[in-house]
Design a protein around this ligand. Sequence first.
Ligand code: SF4
Ligand code: SF4
Length: 286
Amino acid sequence: MPEEAVRFAVLQLSGCAGCEVSLLNAEEWIERYRLMYMPLVVSAYDVPPVDILLVSGGVRTDEDLYNLRRAIPRAKQVVAVGTCAISGGVASLGDRDEVRQLFLTQPERRHVPRMLPKCHPIDAFVEVGRYLPGCPPTPELFMAALLDPADFKASKIVCQECGRRKVRDLRPEHLVGLRQGEVLPDICLINQGYFCVGSSTRGGCRAPCPRGGHPCVGCRGPSDVLIDKGSTEWLASIQRVFQSLTDVPAAEIEQAARSPQMALFLFQFSDYAGVDRPPRPKEKVL
Ligand code: SF4
Ligand code: SF4
């Protein structure tokens, strides 16, 4: 490896380590970039000076906040990686009353860092140079963030990468819930009664979920046209798509969108945009 190789580190805050595993599944960086710090695989006491700092996980505990503030001055560029660092994800589950209640009744909680009243995205505290949403971002997206290839451009929405066809003559009257057996291979999952939100979700992942027959849950976050708007507009956009392709009642769509399963991904961003700070600049989001 050349001495002048780009030096980068991965700071893990509260999350599931899925982002790190996805990064390790991307190989192209190994010959060209030098990984200096990543507790999952590299033994190092602290984040050293680096060119790029990837931060995964949300700011869930006071320890997260301490580690984030300590690491930032050592990096030339900061990239927020994954849904938790950007807009919710598993790190934000502790915001739910029932989860917090469960946690507070456990005596063992005294042995873990203090939870903040609310989970925060990292840009609530530090300047971020680039956002890489996904749960986790695919290896290809990691490579695009690290190597910045000129030919990489995320599609506007997941539907553009999915390849399934939306049809007008297959109109379900109700949602069918989670995947039920075989799905028709080429037809849009919405036409088959699944709650797929690919039409309002940022592309770039190559649509692995809907192509495999599983609805997109929106882990890449809102598309460019929705990124600076609130959750009301996002939900309205989803409703319009379902109205045009199905006869499912609007209340059923709303209930599905706000279910605990979808709450991991949808509508978290509205907590983070426009209330305490301006919306994220689109050009910073990969
Ligand atoms: S709504 Fe889902 S299944 Fe339908 S085209 Fe878009 S991503 Fe594919
Ligand atoms: S298809 Fe949807 S849920 Fe699946 S990786 Fe892409 S954005 Fe995430």
